[in-house]
Ligand binder design. Structure first.
Ligand SMILES: Cc1cc2nc3c(=O)[nH]c(=O)nc-3n(C[C@H](O)[C@H](O)[C@H](O)COP(=O)(O)OP(=O)(O)OC[C@H]3O[C@@H](n4cnc5c(N)ncnc54)[C@H](O)[C@@H]3O)c2cc1C
Length: 313
């Protein structure tokens, strides 16, 4: 295989990082773009002064051998560690660490929103929201949440049939620092309005302090999707106190809305790839609502691209 094949990977969450790592290891030139300030996507950590919250995904679990092998590798190198029992592992020192590890040494452009993609002959170009054009690339891999990937395809005049079938539930995430301590590591009421309460400092590698991440249920989040942050905090805080069995004395409260949080209706296949266009899409929306699904989807898309380029898979 020629080593001058180049692939633009749009999105630097777990799926994009898995595509990028596998292609780069096979000798392809990869360029990753993400609109975020940092990589990781929904494997996210919010920092505000000395405060730190995992306000997106809380933990990783492996159901299959490929991701289990990856988790073991991260654990061996101090990039993942066990938390809260039952096979749950977290990124060390934060939830973005596993994605950062996959992207080590690769070309990643952050704070770049991709607005359009276009093909001239067999060459792909990607256009940013500020009208900068990057390329040429031999192939493009889109790893946004499905509705955002579909919107990019529509704007650009391309289609990957099936992407419209995947659907997400939203999630309001409330970050709270309190003056009084919380002893439980993880509570999962999974009853409206509270899905989960996680004590950040109970996780290995996190700074000490009484910090909680509170996730609302999918139904509650959907019904309050357009509510103001203050209203969300005012509703979730007392509900969390009820489950914790104590009145919090908050010193910091911040709500974050994840519009596309957890996959409700996955596509049911590992990815979409059109070899005629050399255009593909991957993400958790292909296989299910978890980090492992994003990893597996991205890895299999990379395999499809390599097979198309005629190299070893
Ligand atoms: C609140 C919450 C809790 C969760 N809890 C868990 C959990 O405990 N365990 C678990 O396994 N999973 C959990 N998940 C799901 C898990 O986070 C996802 O399945 C996984 O991280 C998805 O990875 P991805 O690469 O498919 O997508 P993403 O992580 O969403 O990555 C997509 C990337 O595309 C970028 N992007 C989008 N549009 C553009 C654009 N136009 N231009 C440039 N870049 C763009 C985004 O910035 C993002 O970085 C949770 C998710 C949320 C939101």
């Amino acid at each position: 295989m020629s080593d001058c094949r180049s692939v633009a990977i749009l999105g630097a969450g777990m799926a994009g990082a898995a595509v990028a790592r596998r292609l780069a290891d096979a000798g392809l030139a990869v360029q990753v773009f993400d609109k975020g300030r940092t990589v990781g996507g929904r494997m996210a950590t919010r920092r505000d002064g000395t405060l730190q919250f995992d306000h997106g995904a809380q933990f990783m679990r492996a159901h299959g051998p490929a991701f289990e092998k990856r988790l073991e590798d991260w654990a061996g190198r101090g990039i993942a560690a066990p938390w809260a029992g039952a096979g749950r592992r977290i990124g060390i020192p934060d939830m973005t660490a596993p994605v950062r590890d996959l992207l080590t040494g690769l070309s990643v452009a952050s704070r770049i929103t991709i607005a359009r993609i276009a093909r001239t002959g067999s060459a792909w170009y990607v256009e940013t929201a500020s009208n900068a054009v990057h390329g040429p690339f031999d192939a493009v891999a889109i790893t946004f949440p499905a509705p955002q990937g579909r919107a990019l395809l529509d704007r650009s005049g391309y289609a990957l049939p099936g992407i419209e079938r995947a659907a997400y539930a939203p999630c309001w995430s409330l970050m709270v620092a309190a003056e009084n301590g919380v002893t439980q590591a993880l509570i999962e009421p999974r009853a409206d309005p509270i899905a989960l309460i996680a004590a950040d400092a109970s996780k290995p590698g996190r700074p000490p302090g009484s910090r909680l991440t509170i996730h609302a249920t999918a139904d509650w989040s959907r019904n309050h999707l357009e509510d103001a942050q203050d209203a969300v905090a005012a509703a979730l805080l007392p509900a969390a106190e009820y489950h914790l069995g104590l009145a919090l004395r908050p010193s910091y409260v911040e709500a974050h809305r994840w519009r596309y949080a957890q996959v409700e209706h996955p596509l049911g296949r590992a990815n979409l790839y059109d070899p005629t266009l050399r255009l593909g899409a991957a993400g958790d929306w292909c296989l299910g609502a978890r980090i492992e699904a994003a990893y597996d989807s991205g890895s299999v898309l990379a395999t499809a691209i390599l097979a198309d380029f005629g190299g070893p898979v």
